[in-house]
Design a protein around this ligand. Structure first.
Ligand code: ZN
Ligand code: ZN
Length: 149
């Protein structure tokens, strides 16, 4: 499968991706945001390491789902989307009305063309993990310069 295909007409790039078992797939013609890592304890437990997420406007994301997609709501208005068949974590969103959906970068088909630009909640990063100091590191969430993931 080809993750990135350039349309010579308008330079548009399409991204595709999906879960490990294939029950859920997605595609978008939106330009995906650079990857941000979230090391908060909740993301660490849910992903098994840390959340590395890109994202786009939810309205620009076409999701194909055979019924396996489930949403876990660990606190009111915060949702992690995962495949109930294979367990892949695919999405993260809130109901705050910003229209944004975060997409776990590891589910984007390769080559993704993405780069990692920032890390959040580094104060909660696991002790076995070596943080990348070449990117912007935020100890906690700062509303001033970005969102959690
Ligand atoms: Zn799956
Ligand atoms: Zn997090």
């Amino acid at each position: 499968m080809v993750a990135l295909s350039s349309d010579p007409e308008d330079g548009h790039v399409e991204s595709t991706g999906g879960c490990a078992c294939g029950a859920i797939s997605y595609r978008t013609e939106a330009t995906l945001r650079s990857v941000a890592n979230c090391h908060c304890e909740r993301c660490r437990r849910i992903t098994g390491h840390f959340m590395a997420a890109t994202g786009c406007e939810e309205a620009e994301l076409d999701v194909t789902d055979d019924g396996a997609l489930r949403w876990y709501e660990p606190s009111p208005g915060v949702f992690y989307g995962f495949c109930s068949t294979c367990g892949s974590t695919l999405f993260w969103k809130t109901d705050d009305g910003d229209g944004w959906i975060s997409i776990t970068a590891g589910t984007v088909d390769q080559p993704s063309g993405l780069t990692t630009s920032a890390a959040w909640w580094t104060a909660e990063a696991a002790d076995y993990h070596s943080l990348d100091r070449s990117i912007l590191n935020h100890e906690y969430e700062s509303g001033a310069s970005g969102s959690e993931v």
